[in-house]
Write a protein that binds this ligand. Structure first.
Ligand code: UD1
Length: 384
C-alpha cells in the first residue's frame, strides 16, 4: 500500500511524527500489508523556527517532496498547493492521501486527491467550532465532506459527523494523536531549564529583562486573525497584559510571525517591548513549549493545540476565542480551558478565577498516547 501524507504548517508536525513512527512499527511487524510512505511538505510554514526545528526535534524524516508554497492569501496558498500536489499525485499514484488538522494544506490536498479518485483519510476529523468566519472551519468542513476515512479525536467529534449524515462506516474514533507526541516527549521536555529557554530564545533587546519565574509565570500565544489583525482588538489585550497581568507575574510570549508583524504595524510593539515583566521570544520548539506549559501558572492562548495540551497537563487556560472546535478541553467537559473571547472584562474575570484554581490534569477517552497505531490500523483495515 502506498500512502502520501501531507504537512503544511506548524501544528501539523506534531500530528505526523507519531503517524510516521506507527507506519515504521507496522512495517516491522510480520502481520499485515507493508506500507510505502511519502511525506509531502507544502511549505506553508517555511521559517526554520516554524518548521525545520520541529522536524529535527521530533525526529520526523526530511520531507520527500517540498512544494515550496510559502505565504500568500488563502486562495493563493490553496490554489498553488492544489496545482503542485496534483502533479505529485499523478506521478506517484498513491492508494491514500492522509491529511491532518485544518490548515490550508489539509483542504488543498484532500480536494486534489479526491478529484483524482485517490482515497483520503483525515486525522483529527469531526472538530467543529460552528464559526464559518474561521478559515480553519472551512478547511475542516470541506475535508471531512470529502474524506473516505474520518479518524476522530473524541466522541463529540463523532457526534458532529453523525449529525452531518456521515455514515458510521467512514468514522473511526481513534483518540488525539497530539497526545501521542506529548507523552513521547514529556521526559525530554522536563530536562529543559526555563531560564535557559528564555535566554536562548529571547528576541534581541529582550535578553536583559529581569524575569524571575520562581513564583509563577504566565505563558501567552496569539495568532488568530480575529485577535491580531485588528488594532481595536489587539490594543486592549496588550494593555491588559502590560498593565494588569504584569502586576501579578512575569509573562513569556513566544511570538508568531503574523502577530509580530501586526504589533509593529499598529505601533504596539514598543509598548510590549517596554514592559519589563513581558519577555518576547522567537517561536520556540516543541519541547521548550511543553516545558513552559508544565509549570505555568496560567496559559492565555488562541491556539487549539495548546488547549489540548493544557487539558492533559492541567494548566489553567484562558482561551481568547468565542468558540472552540475542541469543547472536550473546556471546564464544562472536565478540561482546564475556559472561553474568554477578546472582551477585557470577561478575560479579567476568568483570569482572577483561574489564579485560584490549581492544576487539574484531565485525560479524555483514548488520549492515551496510542492513537497513531490505531490510525494506521484503521487505514490497513479499510475495505478496498
Ligand atoms: C496557520 C493555520 C492555522 C494554524 C497556524 C499555526 C491556516 C488557514 N491557518 O495560520 O490554522 O493554527 O498556522 O501557526 O492554514 N509567516 C512567516 N514564517 C512562516 C510562516 C508564516 O513569517 O514560516 C508569516 C507570513 O508572513 C504569513 C503569516 O505569517 O503571511 C501567516 O502565516 P499563514 O501560514 O498564512 O497562517 P498562520 O496565521 O500561520
Amino acid at each position: 500500500m502506498k500512502i502520501i501524507s501531507v504537512v503544511g504548517a506548524r501544528p501539523n508536525f506534531m500530528k505526523i511524527a507519531p503517524f510516521i513512527k506507527a507506519i515504521e512499527t507496522s512495517n516491522k511487524s510480520n502481520t499485515g500489508e507493508k506500507i510505502s510512505h511519502i511525506l509531502v511538505h507544502t511549505g506553508q510554514h517555511y521559517d526554520d523556527r516554524m518548521s525545520k526545528a520541529f522536524f529535527k526535534s521530533l525526529g520526523i524524516p526530511a520531507a520527500d517532496i517540498n512544494l515550496g508554497i510559502g505565504s500568500g492569501s488563502h486562495a493563493e496558498q490553496v490554489g498553488k498547493t492544489m496545482m503542485a500536489i496534483e502533479k505529485v499525485l499523478v506521478a506517484e499514484k498513491p492508494d491514500w492521501v492522509v491529511v491532518v488538522g485544518d490548515v490550508n494544506a489539509t483542504l488543498a490536498c484532500s480536494v486534489s486527491a479526491k478529484k483524482l479518485h485517490i482515497k483520503v483519510c483525515h486525522i483529527e476529523a469531526g472538530l467543529r467550532s460552528g464559526d464559518e468566519r474561521m478559515p480553519e472551519e472551512i478547511n475542516r468542513l470541506v475535508t471531512d465532506r470529502l474524506s473516505d476515512l474520518l479518524l476522530t479525536p473524541d466522541t463529540l467529534s463523532v457526534a458532529n459527523l453523525k449529525a452531518e449524515g456521515v455514515p458510521d462506516s467512514k468514522i473511526k474514533f481513534v483518540g488525539n494523536i497530539m497526545i501521542d507526541t506529548l507523552e513521547a516527549n514529556r521526559e525530554k521536555a522536563k530536562a529543559f531549564d526555563i531560564a535557559g529557554i528564555i535566554n536562548e530564545n529571547a528576541l534581541q533587546n529582550e535578553q536583559n529583562k529581569p524575569i524571575d519565574t520562581k513564583n509563577g509565570y504566565a505563558v501567552l500565544t496569539l495568532h488568530r486573525p480575529s485577535n491580531v489583525d485588528k488594532k481595536e482588538v489587539l490594543e486592549p489585550i496588550i494593555d491588559f497584559l502590560t498593565s494588569e497581568v504584569a502586576r501579578d507575574m512575569p509573562m513569556i510570549w513566544p511570538i508568531h510571525p503574523r502577530t509580530q508583524k501586526m504589533l509593529q504595524q499598529f505601533n504596539l510593539w514598543e509598548k510590549a517591548v517596554a514592559c519589563q515583566q513581558l519577555v518576547l521570544l522567537h517561536p520556540i520548539g516543541y519541547h521548550e513549549m511543553l516545558r513552559l506549559n508544565m509549570n505555568a501558572t496560567i496559559m492565555l492562548t488562541d491556539s487549539g493545540g495548546l488547549q489540548e495540551e493544557c487539558c492533559v497537563l492541567g494548566t489553567p487556560c484562558l482561551t481568547l476565542r468565542w468558540n472552540t472546535e475542541r469543547p472536550v478541553t473546556l471546564k464544562e467537559h472536565g478540561g482546564a480551558s475556559v472561553l474568554v473571547g477578546n472582551n477585557i472584562s470577561r478575560i479579567r474575570e476568568e483570569y482572577n478565577i483561574a489564579l485560584n484554581v490549581g492544576r487539574v490534569p484531565q485525560r479524555p477517552e483514548q488520549w492515551d498516547g496510542q492513537t497513531a497505531g490505531r490510525c494506521v490500523k484503521a487505514i490497513l483495515d479499510f475495505p478496498s
